[in-house]
Write a protein that binds this ligand. Structure first.
Ligand code: GDP
Ligand code: MN
Length: 388
């Protein structure tokens, strides 16, 4: 789960990471009210879950309360299109109104997990404010990495090495920013804590001018205060529904809907579709206990994505029996009045019985003999424009 910059900055305050004074506002009146309490010049920042807001016109400077008001009019309700939002963009519903800092230099710093070594890693770059992914591609030598053990934590020598490599002075202020980031990362079960830019101000002090935090969804149950920060407007509507149904679902944007039992098999299914030159619409793991109820919910979910042209069901019967699932599929297809074809592939326990159930149902469900066959059918169907 991700949160907004203003929420991330509230957490930064709790962890002693300096940020400029300011608050979130959803109306022009509220924004002016916030501005009254702080010092000009002001900066107004669109609160959407995306970077690149600056370039997309989502960050505005205002010198007077009148300018604050007109900046709000420009920003609120605007659809911002950034590299990260996709072409459809995101609607601005909230703004962060804060004191504009007098920035001299901008750096990048973040804490994340280095999966290869199983350690935490501080990443840094002297060229901040810009897209770190771009720098990593063009000049990877500019990215500074200092990894450390989760158990032993961030030690002073890590901080010294990191700041040294960044060509920044070792000082209490910067050390406290880095320690604060790591403490926040660990205590709140984050997947990312990023400051871009970490700003050096004209008076020589440092400040987090932007804040981005991602959380490990599997640990959210330990942090109700973080769960409360969820902004449903920022989430994929299908994924939101899936979470309510207790299904593992990620929408991907293709047109072959997938329903699979088991995460590994779901990955293999998507790979197979992709390798045939087609695109899966989603990852969907109905789980090991695929009951009629769950299968129906899964169909409902897949069908609410208007891009889906065909559905591929791939079931491996281990503990779960294929015939039970087949029963579920038949019932679900009957009630959902499907307008798109369904292809099913059963393998494992009671697979013959499952195929019999599908064939006897009289429904237009295609039975495939293998994963390849099922994916081939779907890929051909989509590429031929559905004229099969
Ligand atoms: P992003 O584009 O979505 O990453 O949003 P940022 O919060 O990083 O803002 C983009 C740019 O706006 C930054 O790189 C800064 O150059 C500028 N900016 C952000 N906050 C301030 C501020 O307090 N003062 C000044 N002068 N510029 C700021
Ligand atoms: Mn930024």
């Amino acid at each position: 789960m991700n949160i907004h910059e203003y929420q991330a900055k509230d957490l930064f305050r709790q962890y002693g990471i300096p940020v400029s004074a300011g608050k979130m506002a959803e109306t022009a009146e509220a924004a002016v009210e916030v501005a009254r309490e702080i010092n000009p010049p002001y900066i107004l920042k669109a609160q959407i879950h995306s970077g690149g807001r600056g370039k997309a016109g989502g960050v505005k400077i205002a010198h007077t309360l009148e300018e604050v008001e007109s900046a709000v009019q420009e920003l609120l309700g605007k659809v911002l299109v950034t590299k990260q939002t996709g072409p459809q963009g995101k609607t601005v519903r909230k703004l962060l109104v804060c004191e504009a800092a007098d920035i001299k230099e901008e750096y990048y710093v973040s804490v994340s997990i280095d999966r290869a070594s199983g350690k935490l890693v501080l990443l840094g770059c002297r060229d901040g404010g810009v897209e770190i992914e771009e720098i990593a591609k063009v000049s990877p030598e500019k990215i500074i990495k200092t990894s450390f053990n989760l158990q032993t934590g961030l030690k002073d020598y890590h901080v010294r090495n990191f700041l040294d490599a960044m060509n920044l002075p070792y000082c209490k202020e910067l050390a406290s920013v880095l320690h604060g980031m790591v403490r926040l990362f660990v205590e709140k079960d984050c997947s990312l804590v990023e400051i871009n830019p970490l700003a050096l101000l004209a008076d020589g002090s440092y400040l987090a001018a932007d804040a981005k935090i991602g959380f490990d969804d599997n640990a959210l149950y330990r942090h109700p205060e973080i769960e409360e920060m969820r902004d449903v407007h920022e989430e994929d509507p299908y994924e939101l529904k899936a979470r309510q149904y207790g299904l593992s679902y990620v929408s991907i944007g293709g047109n072959i809907g997938c329903m699979v039992n088991g995460a590994g098999l779901a990955m293999a299914t998507m790979d197979m579709i992709q390798s045939l030159g087609a695109r899966p619409a989603n990852f969907l793991d109905v789980g090991g206990t695929a009951t009629v109820e769950r299968v129906s919910r899964a169909f409902e979910l897949i069908l609410s994505d208007p891009e889906v042209r065909i559905i591929m069901v791939n079931i491996f019967g281990g503990i779960v029996k294929c015939d039970v699932i087949a029963q579920g599929i038949v019932e679900a297809v009957k009630t959902a009045e499907l307008k798109v074809p369904v292809v099913v592939r059963f393998e494992g326990t009671n697979m013959e019985a499952a195929r019999d159930i599908i064939n006897a149902s009289g429904l237009k469900i295609v039975s495939a003999g293998s994963l390849y066959e099922a994916a081939r059918y779907c890929a051909d169907y989509v590429s031929s424009g559905g004229a099969q």
